[in-house]
Ligand binder design. Structure first.
Ligand SMILES: Nc1ncnc2c1ncn2[C@@H]1O[C@H](COP(=O)(O)OP(=O)(O)OP(=O)(O)O)[C@@H](O)[C@H]1O
Ligand SMILES: O=C(O)[C@@H](O)C(=O)CO
Length: 417
């Protein structure tokens, strides 16, 4: 039975959390969508939903269904994973989902902390920073679906819940376990439902993790999960594991499929272009999914696939080109055109012997995973913080799902090293 049951609000975010748990000694399986079959055996199960930007009622219903499945399987604690940039709007979905989970778990209080120092997300005096920029000056203020214009997470979460939101400030977190527990008790006794916790270093996240050992619900980015496996070890429930990230031997041809248009992904494509065969599809010039897929198939016909180095197929484009296609077709239609093309290309790649595939972008990953009929991912070693290799079943391939903003510039090359 799983010790930790997790609910993630998107696919790459789920993989990020799962990687954190594996790196800290828990075997972890990511299940795609609300579970409809018995859950597999692992120390932690991460249910990957697409609930970040769904209507709040749908996000709540899916999250509760996932929670019920995890509890029925025996999970002792529930972790609700959202983005390290707290992606949400005043309508949700972090507040409404957390409220519903607390209610289902008959609990009255949860910690909330998206800090992830390895990827430069820190929380200080309740304000979220991306690198040295406030969240609201990090580019996230222009996010098409969840623009983050207020960096003060106490205010942001307060607008999404009727429960009171307090703060566990830096000085308290820095003092460690006893001080954090006292602060939690004070806030809970004072009627607060949530506490945003400051965290700048991994030591802070470990201290926070230890302080919530007995909480029914913990909410945050993957960083906050790094302290949780030790709680289960301390309770004698989790053996010391040195092979939690073991995966079957990799084999087969290698490919990268990119649909993310983030600055990080564009940089990764730029570097890969100079080193490995790279096909850049132009969705603006050819706004037709079937035609784009045919272009990729024609390109593959010449035989660039190899077991020695990857090929890269990218639909990613600079912001002006993305905006132009969106203006012509509408934002959703532009996105799904490209997603349909990349999903079709993923099927073609597998049919041509690709068995090691990196996919860049959360929505893109969702489309590819669906097209390949993948329903669970066994989590392996990390390539870069937040992006592990996984073994996808029943497809039987190695798959890495990269969040748009994650990964160093040489990610597409180093992933296969
Ligand atoms: N050339 C393009 N023009 C318009 N839309 C595009 C183009 N290329 C990709 N897209 C779409 O942009 C969206 C990118 O979203 P996706 O979630 O995959 O990446 P991301 O937002 O960078 O990643 P994450 O969600 O992990 O942060 C997808 O819907 C994709 O189909
Ligand atoms: O927390 C993060 O930044 C990522 O796991 C993510 O959720 C990106 O969509």
């Amino acid at each position: 039975m799983p010790l930790l049951g997790c609910i993630a609000d998107d696919f790459t975010g789920a993989t990020d959390l799962a990687a954190m748990l594996v790196a800290h000694g828990m075997t972890t399986i990511q299940v795609i969508g609300v579970p409809t079959t018995p859950l597999p055996e692992a120390d932690a199960i991460v249910v990957a939903l697409k609930s970040r930007t769904a209507p709040a009622a749908e996000a709540v219903a899916d999250s509760l269904a996932a929670c019920d499945a995890l509890l029925a399987a025996g999970a002792k604690q529930i972790f609700f994973k959202y983005c390290s940039t707290f992606d949400s709007t005043d309508a949700g979905n972090i507040g409404p989902v957390a409220d519903a989970l607390l209610h289902r778990l008959q609990s009255g209080f949860a910690l909330a902390c998206p800090a992830f120092p390895a990827n430069s997300r820190s929380v200080f005096h309740g304000h979220l920073f991306v690198g040295t920029s406030l969240l609201s000056e990090s580019g996230m203020e222009r996010h098409p679906l969840t623009p983050m214009r207020d960096p003060n997470l106490v205010r942001v979460l307060s607008r999404q819940t009727e429960g009171g939101v307090g703060l566990i400030p830096f000085a308290t977190v820095e003092e460690g376990g006893a001080a954090i527990r006292q602060a939690i008790n004070r806030l809970r006794d004072g009627g607060r439902r949530y506490a945003i916790a400051d965290a700048v270093t991994e030591a802070h996240l470990h201290a926070l993790g230890a302080a919530v050992a007995n909480h029914a619900l913990v909410t945050g980015g993957s960083g906050l999960a790094m302290g949780l496996p030790q709680n289960f070890r301390d309770a004698g429930l989790l053996p010391d594991r040195h092979d939690a990230d073991a995966l079957p031997e990799p084999r087969g041809a290698m490919a990268v499929l990119a649909g993310s248009c983030s600055r990080a992904t564009l940089g990764q494509i730029g570097l890969a272009r100079d080193h490995v065969p790279t096909l850049e599809l132009d969705a603006l010039a050819t706004p037709d999914a079937a035609a784009l897929q045919r272009q990729a198939e024609d390109w593959l016909e010449a035989g660039p696939l190899s077991e020695k180095r990857p090929v890269v197929i990218a639909a990613s484009a600079a912001p002006e080109k993305v905006a132009a296609l969106q203006a012509r077709l509408g934002r959703d239609a532009a996105g799904s055109l490209v997603e349909t093309a990349l999903a079709g290309i993923a099927r073609t790649l597998l049919a041509r012997g690709v068995a090691r595939l990196v996919v860049a972008g959360g929505e893109t990953s969702g489309a590819v995973v669906q097209a390949l009929g993948v329903d669970r991912l066994r989590i392996g070693p990390q390539i870069d913080p937040g992006v592990p290799w996984t073994y996808a079943e029943p497809a039987g391939i190695h798959l890495a799902l990269k969040s748009g903003n994650f990964g160093a510039r040489d990610f597409f090359l180093r992933a296969f090293a």
